[in-house]
Design a protein around this ligand. Structure first.
Ligand code: FAD
Length: 513
């Protein structure tokens, strides 16, 4: 066992974790960051051009907040939206002072976003961490949190990916979890590492989640391309979409997803992409095609969805003392409401929440007595002997999450069916998943995917309406009764409740009871 001690431990080294680490160090803390892959080359941001929600102060920013709030089905919070825009603006200025050149949106008349080369951006953040004295431990997946006898989070343990998978343990004054969202191993660009690990280890320590019903973001991609993530979706913004009969789809993305859910094939005419963008896309083998290309839908889950850990205040503290959270692992309802965090919101949130969580964790760590004894939080998929194959668990989870008929369209019938199947698998995940070394990592990952799938299904069942990306075929409209956020948690028994308990509709109580 390799042991470390530090003020702040950051789990996850994507943009959110990197900003958290740099900010904690700037606040005077010693910082260790662990990543299950290589920080700076892991996660969707590393995959190409990334747009960033960015507006300097002024009327355009006010208007963007007003529109964003309305677009998000009224579940967002304009104060948080303003905070995120301001923090992002400050940090973009800071990056410019570091010498990082940022391109403007070639399409946006109002310049609501800017574009970053994701890989370069992450490399720059890695250098900033090194300059700030952060100790970065690559290929160190975290498995469990450490807590003291009062339940205050005091570090984490995990395995090192090399040399026989030895165990490591980091004792810390506070922990920032920044492990990204969960895309259910759908194959969406860069999401192979986004398996919900942080949601699982935080929930096992008692953390609450929010907005897990908004976990069904899908993207449309041409099959077989290696296009950079944002470039592909940017190109598709301009490409008219057609159904099998050659008729243009009026509702664009949502009509296309609905048609694919109905078993139709959909095509994009990429030759309609503006010339300036076409040459960039062509360099990545995407644009410049004269013919119409078929598209497929890929689930991005909570990565470009919205749900995640519930934070309780401006410092991004979770409901568990000593545990802070940043980036996609956090619910982004405050800024995107019930709709997808696409359009650069995810990247902006990663920056802002990273800064706040890192600073908050550094402050918390100063108040902690680090001599108190600690223990590992027990969890699912950690058994010494494996009695079931994690692939069976992952397969079941994917069967109930990836198809558009399971996640894009929902109904009480299909949700109850999924809940029955996924709940039936939970005791197996809890008691029969495990092993050692790489097997243990796979087992733990499977347990995380199953836990996240269950939270999403329970939350989606309770929300008996359609709002934003949550589409119920049995409740097609939005209802004022449900203009509230839903909290979720629990491992063996999943619970869901509104954040304002008095607002719970009578019939909804029966669904969960
Ligand atoms: C195809 C695609 C395109 C996108 N395009 C845009 C865009 O243009 N603009 C935008 O704003 N957003 C975009 N997003 C969303 C954006 O990528 C995310 O909002 C952003 O990456 C979130 O950063 P993060 O640091 O929270 O998580 P991630 O970038 O997912 O990083 C998570 C990190 O945690 C590590 N990790 C995971 N589990 C563990 C563990 N158990 N132990 C240790 N480390 C762990 C991972 O290795 C990874 O390094 C896109 C997403 C996708 C899927």
């Amino acid at each position: 066992m390799t042991g470390f001690e530090t003020d702040v431990l950051v789990v996850g080294g994507g943009p959110a974790g990197a900003w958290a680490a740099v900010s904690a160090a700037a606040a005077g803390a010693t910082v260790v960051l662990v990543d299950k892959a290589r920080s700076g080359a892991s996660g969707p941001t590393a995959y190409g051009a990334i747009s960033l929600w960015h507006l300097p102060p002024g009327p355009a920013r006010d208007e963007a907040v007003r529109r964003g709030h309305a677009h998000g089905g009224g579940l967002g919070d304009p104060d948080w939206m303003h905070r995120v825009l301001e923090e992002t603006h400050q940090r973009v200025e800071q990056s410019a002072r570091w010498g990082y050149r940022i391109a403007a949106d070639p399409a946006g008349p109002a310049r609501r976003r800017i574009y970053l080369d994701g890989a370069r951006y992450l490399r720059r953040m890695r250098r900033a961490m090194r300059e700030a004295g952060v100790r970065v431990l690559d290929h160190h997946p975290a498995l469990q949190l450490l807590v003291d006898r009062d339940g205050v989070v005091a570090g984490a343990t995990g395995l090192r990916h090399h040399d026989g998978f030895p165990r490591w343990s980091v004792r810390a004054g506070a922990v920032v979890v920044a492990t990204g969202g969960c895309a259910f191993l759908s194959g969406a660009a860069g999401t192979d590492v986004d398996t919900g690990d942080g949601l699982l280890l935080a929930a096992e320590a008692g953390a609450e989640l929010s907005g897990m019903e908004f976990s069904c973001a899908y993207s449309l991609i041409p099959p077989g391309t290696a296009e950079p993530a944002a470039l592909g979706s940017l190109a598709l913004r301009f490409a008219p979409l057609y159904d099998e009969s050659g008729a243009e789809l009026p509702g664009h993305r949502s009509a296309a997803l609905a048609a694919i859910a109905d078993g139709q094939r959909i095509f994009a005419a990429l030759d309609h992409v503006p010339v300036a963008l076409r040459s960039r896309s062509a360099r990545h083998g995407l644009g410049g095609r004269a013919e119409r290309v078929p598209l497929r839908a890929v689930l991005e889950g909570t990565v470009r969805g919205t749900g995640g850990l519930r934070v309780t205040g401006p410092d991004c503290a979770t409901t568990v003392p000593g545990l802070f959270a940043a980036g996609d692992v956090v619910s982004r309802e405050a800024i995107s409401g019930a709709v997808s965090g696409s359009g650069g919101l995810g990247g902006a949130w990663a920056i802002a929440s990273g800064v706040w969580a890192g600073t908050g964790a550094a402050k918390f760590a100063r108040t902690v007595d680090r001599r108190a004894p600690v223990r590992e939080v027990p969890g699912a998929g950690l058994n010494a002997v494996a009695r079931i194959d994690p692939r069976a668990v992952v397969g079941l989870v994917q069967e109930h999450t990836l198809p558009l008929r399971r996640s894009y369209w929902r109904s009480a019938g299909s949700l109850r069916d999924s809940i029955g199947e996924l709940d039936g698998m939970w005791p197996g995940a809890e008691f029969d998943l495990g092993g050692s070394g790489a097997d243990l990592l796979r087992a733990r990952q499977a347990a995380a995917l199953l836990a996240v799938a269950r939270w999403t299904k329970y939350s989606a069942l309770l929300r008996a309406e359609s709002r934003g990306m949550h589409r119920r075929t049995d409740h097609p409209g939005a209802s004022d009764t449900w203009r509230m956020r839903l909290m979720t948690g629990g491992m063996r028994s999943v619970w869901v409740r509104p954040d304002a308990p008095h607002a719970m509709p009578e019939q909804a109580r029966d669904i969960v009871a």
